[in-house]
Design a protein around this ligand. Structure first.
Ligand code: NDP
Ligand code: HEM
Length: 482
């Protein structure tokens, strides 16, 4: 008699065999009445959910946010009050590659946090860069198509990528980040995270501020060179997942210092850059970073599929004290994520343990595929049966005036808005000589792919010359166009 548990069907019925199908004699055909084997085969056919359309490859861990400073003058959000400790789940990812793609490919990295707050889930779905390639959501699917695979040969294609970027000059700031060695981070532990967008914070008195989040790695920024990242690809496609999992398993808990930049609400109107344009940062000289706490990762998931693959982040999950800004990209994302979750995971994705809030849920939504926890009566609002009723006081202070004609247009330009001014500042004032050499080399390597045409190379040189003439010269020389 063994002490091992016995195999069962998914209905808990003891299984007849782990190796033999039910057949008519040892060599005979199989029988439809072999429910156990049929269940195994059918269940296997349904093991995959669609991979994320972007950010498919990733890994994650649980942790905690601890707030050490008093920022109640800026926001009333419970998770940001001094002394608050909030459980969280953080998923890191690459953007363009598929589920099995190598971790160390050049790409931005996702930095998506789900805070399980006392007032419901707050999701901050950012990247390891403070900016993005585009500023209008109508271009997002086109941008991603240019990063993914061609229709004819199903290959990724650098000519297509440079075609999109050079025709979209607003991409220059993010492409500069991407082509530095920060495009190939050594590990997820050794990179910063950013909320990237501008968000609205409001305090208990209803006073409003614009905010940007910066999560600064306490491990220090460390990157691979292009050659090192390539060598790692050849050895271990899962290098970053392995690094994070192993560190946490060994009790080496990575942490990030949580900083914010705060802009008074009224200052946005005539700030020198459009503060809602996702291709721009707020220079520190204007708005210094303020440290408010620490984020630490402490626990690995126990089941990758259940907890990482089915994790569903959505920028629309905002809690009282925090609201969206008019950033057009953020506005687009408010729609996109819950929509894709309903397709990718199913209508009741919020009931899965990794997505389920730790705060009580009292909505009147009900039923649907795979629903297992439902509200009871009354099933409608308003009702006279003492069912849950909305309390607008939670959101007092969130509202602000907007007015204008309904149009399709670029953002109104602020005094210093220009697609190249901030990447130029990065090149001129921030990058070291070595960083600059590597930036030129990485661009040249990328644009030297055999599919990149001679005409495209000229456009690439022009694009980088707009950032800085020295950068343009370096790229031209590297591409043999000097
Ligand atoms: P600062 O000199 O005050 O800040 C420069 C910032 O760049 C710091 O946050 C620094 O932080 C970061 N940085 C350093 N090395 C690199 C690198 N190789 N790649 C990317 N970022 C790096 O200047 P400003 O605030 O006036 O910004 C100047 C330029 O710096 C911006 O145009 C932008 O390109 C870039 N930048 C600005 C940020 C901001 O929020 N203001 C944030 C990140 C970059 P750290 O070394 O810790 O990363
Ligand atoms: C994932 C859409 C811009 C960060 C996704 C997914 C979609 C999407 C559909 C897949 C989600 C899933 O299947 O679970 C969009 C659209 C954008 C946009 C329409 C612009 C209009 C951005 C920006 C950032 C970002 C600007 C960062 C600042 C992420 C991250 C993930 C993700 C980190 C992975 C989340 C996870 O780990 O599950 N995006 N995105 N996206 N996006 Fe975006």
């Amino acid at each position: 008699m063994t002490t091992r548990p016995y195999t069962t069907t998914d209905a808990g019925v003891p299984a007849p065999s782990d190796e033999f199908s039910l057949s008519v004699g040892p060599n005979g055909p199989l029988l439809l009445q072999d429910h156990y084997v049929i269940q195994k085969m059918a269940q296997f056919n349904r093991e995959r959910v669609p991979e994320r359309v972007v950010h498919a490859k990733g890994g994650g861990a649980y942790g905690v946010l601890r707030i050490t400073e008093d920022v109640s003058q800026f926001t009333k959000a419970g998770l940001f009050q001094k002394g608050a400790e909030t459980d969280l789940f953080l998923r890191f990812s690459t953007v363009a590659g598929e589920l099995g793609s190598p971790d160390t490919q050049r790409d931005p990295r996702g930095f998506a946090i789900k805070f399980y707050t006392g007032e419901g889930n707050y999701d901050l779905v950012g990247n390891n860069t403070p900016i993005f390639f585009i500023r209008d959501p109508s271009k997002f699917s086109d941008f991603i198509h240019s990063q993914k695979r061609r229709a004819d040969n199903n290959l990724r294609d650098h000519n297509m990528q440079w075609d999109f970027w050079t025709l979209s000059p607003e991409s220059a700031h993010q492409v500069t980040f991407l082509m530095t060695d920060r495009g190939t981070p050594r590990s997820w532990r050794h990179m910063h995270g950013f909320g990237s967008h501008t968000f609205l914070w409001y305090n208990a008195a209803g006073e409003k501020y614009w905010v940007k989040y910066h999560f600064k790695t306490d491990q220090g920024v460390e990157n691979f060179t292009d050659a090192e990242a390539g060598a790692v690809i050849a050895q271990d496609a899962d290098y970053h997942i392995r690094d994070l999992f192993t560190a946490i398993k060994n009790g080496d808990h990575p942490s990030w210092t949580v900083n914010v930049q705060i802009m008074p609400f009224e200052a946005a109107a005539d700030y020198r850059f459009n503060p809602f344009d996702l291709t721009k940062v707020w220079p520190h000289a204007d708005y210094p970073e303020i440290t408010i706490g620490k984020l630490t990762l402490t626990r690995n998931p126990e089941n990758y599929f259940a907890e990482v693959e089915q994790a569903a982040f959505e920028p629309a999950n905002l809690v009282p004290g925090i609201a969206a800004s008019p950033d057009k990209m953020l506005q687009g994302r408010l729609f996109s994520y819950p929509d894709t979750h309903r397709y990718r995971i199913g209508a009741n994705y919020l009931q899965l343990p990794v997505n389920r809030p730790k705060a009580p849920v009292h909505s009147y939504n009900k039923d649907g595929a795979m629903r297992y926890s439902n509200p009871g009566d009354p099933v409608y609002a308003p009702n006279s049966a003492n069912g849950p009723a909305a309390d607008p006081s939670f959101f007092a202070g969130e509202s602000y005036q907007v007015a204008g004609e309904i149009i399709r247009s670029a953002y109104r330009k602020h005094a210093e808005d220009d697609d190249f001014v901030q990447p130029r500042a990065l090149w001129e004032n921030v990058l070291s000589d070595t960083d600059r050499d590597h930036l030129v080399g990485n661009i040249v390597g990328h644009a030297s792919a055999p599919e990149v045409t001679g005409d495209m190379k000229k456009r690439v040189v022009e694009y980088w010359t707009n950032v800085h003439k020295d950068l343009g010269h370096g790229v031209a020389a590297g591409l043999g166009l000097a």
